[in-house]
Each structure stands twice: as structure tokens, then as C-alpha cells.
Design a protein around this ligand. Structure first.
Ligand SMILES: Nc1ncnc2c1ncn2[C@@H]1O[C@H](COP(=O)(O)OP(=O)(O)O)[C@@H](O)[C@H]1O
Ligand SMILES: [Mg+2]
Length: 218
């Protein structure tokens, strides 16, 4: 089992008192499986993804990645997991503006000590970025920038890829192409993949679908 969540609960302190966002969330994901997480705006999709990525801690429950509970790791352990085992793709592309496409693509994998030049070259080609390698992010279209962000994440071959509304800034056709590419590439590296989206249409492209409502999964 790649990922196993058991009875995960999370609330936030707000001015109006505690806000219970996740009220006991459990699910499992195997390597090579992909899953869409849908739910209305504010239903807790990003919160759940942050807990899986170790960017925030649950109040209670387990978040196990390859058998190890993320909720019980110290900061250095968490940092190592985030660097090597989990890849994140957000709606904002977060590319480094002063670096070329080639440098952006290899940056994370290099940091993680997992740069594989053959895989990098294949990724670049599959993402259609070969002609753009010497350009800077501002010289790319939105769709191209998101493909660089995806390539950068996949370059390190993480076992689990988490994407939070990755095509939210793209038009529908460009977004579909980006998701199709992501599905091909995560299958190439046999990663687990969770796609957060508010689009039931996009969710239809994935093997499994979970819907978050009133703090629970359906
Ligand atoms: N750090 C925080 N402090 C207080 N409330 C938060 C915090 N993060 C998220 N929330 C609230 O939790 C709820 C779920 O947020 P979020 O997970 O971002 O939803 P989604 O991604 O599904 O739109 C929202 O009501 C949001 O305002
Ligand atoms: Mg969100």
C-alpha cells in the first residue's frame, strides 16, 4: 500500500470558533493508481492534500506513506519525504523566473539527488518542451509553464504525485491535454496520483473518484 489514511480529522481555529473541516477521512491508494478528489470550494480538498504532503498536521488519525506515519515524523524526516517521495503540482506554476526551462526542469531532481538525464530528456520530449529549453518562464504560454511545472515534479520520479487544481489557470482544451499527459507520465513512473479538481468532467478521466462533502468522503 502506497498511501493509507485512517480517520483523519482536522479543524481550524477561526474567529467564529473551531471549524471542523475533515471529520474522519479514510482511504487507500496503491502505487500506479490514480484518483480524483472532488468537492465544492471550501470542502477541504486542499486541506486534505496538505496533510498528505506533510505541509500540515492532522488533529488525529493516521497518514501513512509506504507504511510510515507522516503525522508522527519530525521536521528533518518530513523534509526528506517531501524532497524525495512526494511531488506537488499547484494551480500557480511557481517556476523560478531567473532560471531557464532546462534549469527549472532539473532543479528539484538535482536537490533530491535524483537527477536522471535520460529520463529528463524523455520527459522534455514528451512534454513538448525541447524547443523551449533555453527560454525563461515569462516567454512561455500558460500551458507550457504548467508543463514545465509537471516536468520538474516528475523529474525526481516521486512515488506519489499530488496535484491541486493544476489546470485551474488554463483554458479547458489546454487543461485536458495537460491532464492526459500527466496520466501518461505518472503511469510511466508507476506513481500514485491524486488530482484535486472541482470539475466532475476532469475527474472522469481518472480510475477512481472520491467526493468530499461535509468533512467526509463519498
Ligand atoms: N489555515 C486555515 N485557517 C483557518 N481556516 C482555514 C485554513 N485553511 C483552510 N481553512 C478553511 O477550511 C475550509 C476548507 O478549505 P480548503 O481545504 O482550502 O477547501 P478547498 O480546497 O476544497 O476549496 C475553508 O472553509 C477554509 O476557509
Ligand atoms: Mg483548494
Amino acid at each position: 500500500m502506497l498511501l493509507a489514511l485512517r480517520d483523519v480529522r482536522k479543524s481550524f481555529n477561526t474567529e467564529g470558533g473551531p471549524l471542523e473541516v475533515l471529520k474522519g477521512v479514510s482511504f487507500e491508494l496503491d502505487a500506479g493508481q490514480h484518483l480524483a478528489l472532488t468537492g465544492e470550494s471550501g470542502s477541504g480538498k486542499s486541506t486534505l492534500l496538505h496533510l498528505i504532503a506533510g505541509l500540515d498536521m492532522p488533529d488525529s488519525g493516521e497518514v501513512k506513506l509506504a507504511g510510515a506515519d507522516i503525522a508522527r515524523m519530525d521536521d528533518p524526516q518530513l523534509a526528506a519525504v517531501r524532497r524525495g517521495k512526494i511531488g506537488l503540482v499547484f494551480q500557480q506554476f511557481n517556476l523560478i523566473p531567473s532560471m531557464t526551462v532546462a534549469q527549472n526542469l532539473s532543479f528539484h531532481a538535482r536537490l533530491a539527488g535524483r537527477l536522471d538525464s535520460e529520463w529528463n530528456a524523455r520527459l522534455t520530449e514528451r512534454l513538448g518542451l525541447t524547443e523551449c529549453l533555453g527560454r525563461y518562464p515569462e516567454q512561455l504560454s500558460g500551458g507550457q509553464q504548467q508543463r514545465v511545472a509537471i516536468g520538474r515534479t516528475l523529474a525526481a520520479r516521486p512515488g506519489l504525485i499530488l496535484a491541486d487544481e493544476p489546470t485551474g489557470n488554463l483554458d479547458e482544451d489546454t487543461g485536458d491535454v495537460v491532464i492526459e499527459l500527466m496520466l501518461e507520465l505518472v503511469s510511466d513512473v508507476n506513481a500514485g496520483f491524486i488530482l484535486v479538481t472541482h470539475s466532475t468532467r476532469l475527474a472522469g478521466f481518472l480510475q477512481r473518484r472520491l467526493h468530499l462533502t461535509h468533512g467526509r468522503l463519498q
